[in-house]
Design a protein around this ligand. Structure first.
Ligand SMILES: [Zn+2]
Length: 240
């Protein structure tokens, strides 16, 4: 895809994913107050330059881990070597960055969610189901029954394809606060990166089939109604 590179080009050049680059761009443009991204350690110098240029502060995780280069955090790569990565916590204020790092170190989900501006209803939802061990694979099975409609702003099933507007999992298919965040980000993208907005809208408007037993989903492209999956015992969300 041909992303307009005249703005924030150094961020696109980090060679991470669209979604992670956008996390930084939302932060710079005051659409979020903190973010966490996963970056290969060799990109750290580039991140230092970006943080210097945009008055951002960052901290890195103590632990190092290895992920595949073709994972969604690094979708611009096309081989599958393992690369050494760290988590990076970024905000405009040192104290906020430090706090975010601390909460991640302590796995304090509620505090992390609050720092990342997730809606309180969604944080509560996550915490409740996480505690019950029911969120191994985040999906909407908990609260939809049969077929339901939802706004494409809330579709976070395509994150692994590097497509999505939200950084969190919404608490239900009609979460008003999540929809507000999705709309705000989409409006920003339409103005600054119309190619990305167009791609996101096209792909996020689709039917997601949730298979309870196997806990997986299948996608029926909303713009291609001829492609009709016949899946029994599925719950369906029509993202429009
Ligand atoms: Zn919510």
């Amino acid at each position: 895809m041909n992303i307009t590179k005249h703005k924030w080009s150094e961020i696109w050049n980090l060679n991470t994913s669209k979604i992670q680059s956008l996390e930084l761009i939302y932060l710079i443009n005051n659409l979020s107050s903190c973010c966490r991204i996963v970056l290969k350690t060799t990109s750290e110098n580039d991140l230092i330059t970006i943080c210097y240029n945009y008055n951002l502060s960052f901290k890195s995780s103590e632990k190092v881990f290895y992920i595949k280069t073709n994972s969604y955090q690094h979708s611009t790569h096309n081989n599958s070597e393992s690369i050494k990565c760290r988590e990076y916590y970024i905000s405009k204020k040192d104290e906020l960055t430090l706090l975010l790092k601390k909460e991640f170190q302590n796995n304090n989900h509620f505090e992390i969610g609050e720092l990342l501006d997730y809606p309180s209803c969604c944080i509560t939802f996550f915490k409740r189901y996480f505690a019950l061990g029911q969120l191994n694979e985040m999906n909407f099975n908990h609260f939809i029954n049969g077929e339901t409609n939802s706004s494409f702003y809330l579709n976070n099933f395509l994150i692994e394809n590097d497509i999505g507007l939200l950084s969190h999992f919404p608490c239900n298919t009609n979460c008003v606060e999540s929809e507000r965040i999705g709309l705000e980000r989409f409006t920003f993208l339409e103005k600054e990166f119309p190619e990305i907005a167009k791609e996101f809208k096209k792909k996020l408007r689709c039917d997601i089939y949730l298979n309870k037993k196997k806990k997986h989903f299948k996608i029926n492209d909303f713009n291609n109604p001829k492609k009709n999956y016949k899946l029994d015992n599925c719950q369906i969300i029509n993202f429009k």
